[in-house]
Design a binder for this molecule. Structure first.
Ligand code: SF4
Length: 282
């Protein structure tokens, strides 16, 4: 066996012997003898004098500073009385949130109206509050909701659980899920705080057709991800006209206002918020 090497250099100083304890006064139980108890102040004294050698780091006030010290706090009050007020008169005045504020979620669409969600459930797995529920489904030639094979068949967000951390939108591989700046979320029932896919889908814009409908001819899902699809084509319009002749997004249809009518849960929440706002502004 190799011999243990001795440390090279200065030898460590020998430990000092512990100071000898004073013998406990007669009648003190063993084990409590080491604590010296300071005598309690008597006759109305409330503070113990500073220990010997103590020097405060706060410089003592002198002259005018010492004279005005008792009313120094009022200076802060008076200087703030004439500053511009920062109180927001919510709900009568609604101040827009900052652009990157984490508000209500939105399920986005491609430029031709197909949904970006592919039902992968990554958002649900990323959610620390277990607020998201997703069930994926298969696209078929007659029911093509998103580019590629899969789409989000069921999509729910429980706003009683959501903590608006934004981890779900970081997890989404297709940028299907983002967060809006809407912060007024209220409802009279617990069930009314669970938003369904129809409540969360982004509004239709000019040039879009409501899903389902086929992908743009000759494209793949990769073309969609790369942003190469910029609007719905005539072939897609013809398909929708054949399968849903009363679709509001068709040329000559009822229009985007009808297409963008709020889904039941979102409409109920909007009514609740409007009533609460009215009550708050009285
Ligand atoms: S929103 Fe995004 S992460 Fe969630 S299921 Fe859809 S594609 Fe996947």
């Amino acid at each position: 066996m190799a011999e243990k090497k001795k440390p090279v250099g200065k030898a460590a100083p020998a430990a000092k012997p512990a100071p000898a304890r004073k013998p406990a006064p007669a009648g003190t139980p063993a084990g409590r003898q080491s604590k010296a108890v300071a005598p309690r102040p008597k006759g109305g004294e409330v503070a113990t004098p500073a220990p010997e050698g103590y020097r405060s780091l706060i410089e003592p006030r002198t002259g005018l500073a010492e004279l005005f010290a008792p009313v120094g706090g009022f200076g802060v009050t008076l200087s703030n009385m004439f500053r511009k007020t920062v109180t927001e008169q919510y709900p009568s005045e609604k101040v827009p949130a900052k652009p990157r504020y984490h508000g209500r979620h939105q399920l986005n669409r491609y430029a031709d109206g197909l949904e970006k969600c592919i039902g992968c459930e990554l958002c649900a797995w990323a959610c620390p509050a277990d607020a998201i529920y997703v069930e994926g489904g298969d696209n078929t030639p007659d029911q093509q909701f998103s580019p590629g094979e899969r789409y989000g068949r069921v999509y729910q967000i429980n706003y009683l659980r959501c903590i608006f951390c934004g981890l779900c939108i970081e997890a989404c591989p297709t940028r299907a899920l983002t967060m809006t700046n809407e912060y007024e979320l209220a409802g009279p029932t617990r069930a009314g705080m669970i938003w369904e896919k129809d409540d969360l889908l982004a509004p239709m814009r000019e040039g879009m057709l409501t899903s389902p409908h086929p992908m743009v001819e000759g494209t793949t899902d990769t073309d969609y991800y790369r942003g190469e699809v910029t609007h719905a084509t005539d072939a897609q319009r013809a398909w929708v006209a054949e399968h849903r002749p009363d679709d509001p997004t068709l040329p000559g249809g009822a229009g985007l206002d009808v297409a963008n009518e709020l889904a039941p849960t979102a409409a109920a929440m909007a009514a609740t918020v409007a009533a609460a706002t009215k009550q708050g502004t009285r």
